[in-house]
Design a protein around this ligand. Structure first.
Ligand code: CP3
Length: 349
């Protein structure tokens, strides 16, 4: 029997309620920073590990056991839907998503057929079902936002300046819009299937949206992220939205239809709340570099993040981006302990 999670600190904080403690989880909490991950992950593409439901279940549980975090995040990747429908993309160890034939013309839309989760990603659904049977904390499902996934399909590899992506956005806005619409549909189908299988919250990762100006974002990207959020609204799970270097975009991103706004480490939480206005929970935002620097620096940083939130209800503690492979898990354990003992929220804050 899976436990009743409605009073979990994580879900309470997502709803903006005072939680029994400030909940904490870490983006990319599973993975190469953990020796137990390296021990079972094997070589080859991460997609092979994701296609193995027993392995993915165990990898998802590892950080929950080790850190005592308040939520699990499904072990999967943002390129899984495009991979599963046969676009032709892989995740190369040490590099990231790579497509031998990048998306360059209208004909490439045919490489993104609609997804049938039962047939195309049965292992994801099995992993979710395994997890919700085992977990005592909520499971977060996720998808890549249309822009961030498009950047991998168009560039064919991780990029610094998104030159091809922005070139298409400005020179063939209709093709760019059709691609993002297609990716929005894939994200909706994938998220709905994860939630229907038992995930109790979702995060839309628009990791690289910070490459855009607010005007570019508003015209070419926001409508499709909004479409994703609307496409899961009836399932009534908290929707978290996050991107890196998005300080200038927070007011826009928060209009996509979200309950929780993820904040990277560049913007203190009080300033982030000022930018997005009332009615949102916030998630973040300790700089991973301050964990890298060791416990003394991480401790000061953790206290600063809690202080910047100022005890306001609706704070989910996290890093300001994902866990780096070189971070010391012992320091992260201490961060969790400190947030749990010192993090308090109050309706009067
Ligand atoms: O623990 C978790 O957060 C759950 C698993 C998870 C992975 N990828 C597993 C993974 C999640 C939530 C993601 C999301 C993801 N994937 C994002 C958004 C989050 C972010 O960091 O901004 C992005 C941009 C990707 C694309 C991607 N996949 C990159 C950039 C990489 C890293 C390349 C590398 O090797 O450094 C991957 C591979 C990947 N996805 C790994 C993991 C644990 C590491 C490589 C491996 O073990 O093979």
């Amino acid at each position: 029997m899976s436990p009743d999670l409605t009073s979990s600190p994580f879900l309470a904080a997502c709803r903006g309620e005072v939680a029994s403690r400030v909940p904490v989880w870490f983006m990319r909490q599973a993975g190469r920073s953990l020796p137990e991950y390296k021990a079972i992950r094997g070589d080859g593409s991460i997609l092979d590990a994701i296609a193995d439901a027993d392995l993915s279940t165990e990898i998802t549980l590892q950080p929950v056991r080790r850190y005592g975090v308040d939520a699990a995040i499904l072990f999967s990747d943002i390129v899984v839907p495009a991979w599963a429908v046969g676009f032709g993309i892989d995740v190369v160890p040490g590099i990231g998503p790579m497509a031998e034939n990048p998306f360059r013309s209208r004909a490439d839309l045919a490489r993104l057929r609609p997804m049938d989760p039962d047939a195309d990603t049965p292992f994801v659904l099995q992993t979710v079902r395994n997890l919700v049977a085992d977990l005592e904390v909520p499971l977060i499902g996720f998808a890549g936002a249309p822009f961030t996934v498009a950047s991998y399909l168009i560039e064919g590899r991780p990029s610094k300046n998104y030159a091809n992506t922005k070139a298409m956005m400005h020179s063939d806005p209709q093709l760019f819009a059709d691609l993002l619409e297609n990716l929005a549909d894939l994200a909706i189908v994938s998220l709905r299937s994860q939630i229907e299988a038992g995930a109790s919250a979702m995060q839309l990762f628009d990791s690289w949206a910070g490459a855009l100006s607010p005007a570019e974002y508003a015209t070419h990207v926001l409508p499709w992220s909004q479409k994703v959020m609307e496409g899961v609204a009836d399932l009534n799970v908290p929707r978290i939205h996050f991107g890196v270097d998005t300080g200038e975009l927070l007011p826009l991103m928060s209009t996509a239809g979200v309950e929780v706004m993820g904040v990277d480490w560049r913007v203190p939480l009080d300033e982030a709340r000022r930018r997005i206005g009332p009615g949102f929970a916030v998630q973040g935002n300790l700089d991973p570099a301050r964990v890298f620097a060791g416990w003394d620096v991480a401790e000061t940083g953790t206290r600063e993040v809690l202080a910047a939130n100022g005890g306001q209800p609706g704070h989910i503690f996290n890093l300001g981006h994902g866990v780096w492979p070189e971070l010391d898990p012992e320091v992260l354990t201490k961060v969790v302990e400190l947030v749990h003992t010192e993090g308090k929220t109050s309706p009067d804050a």
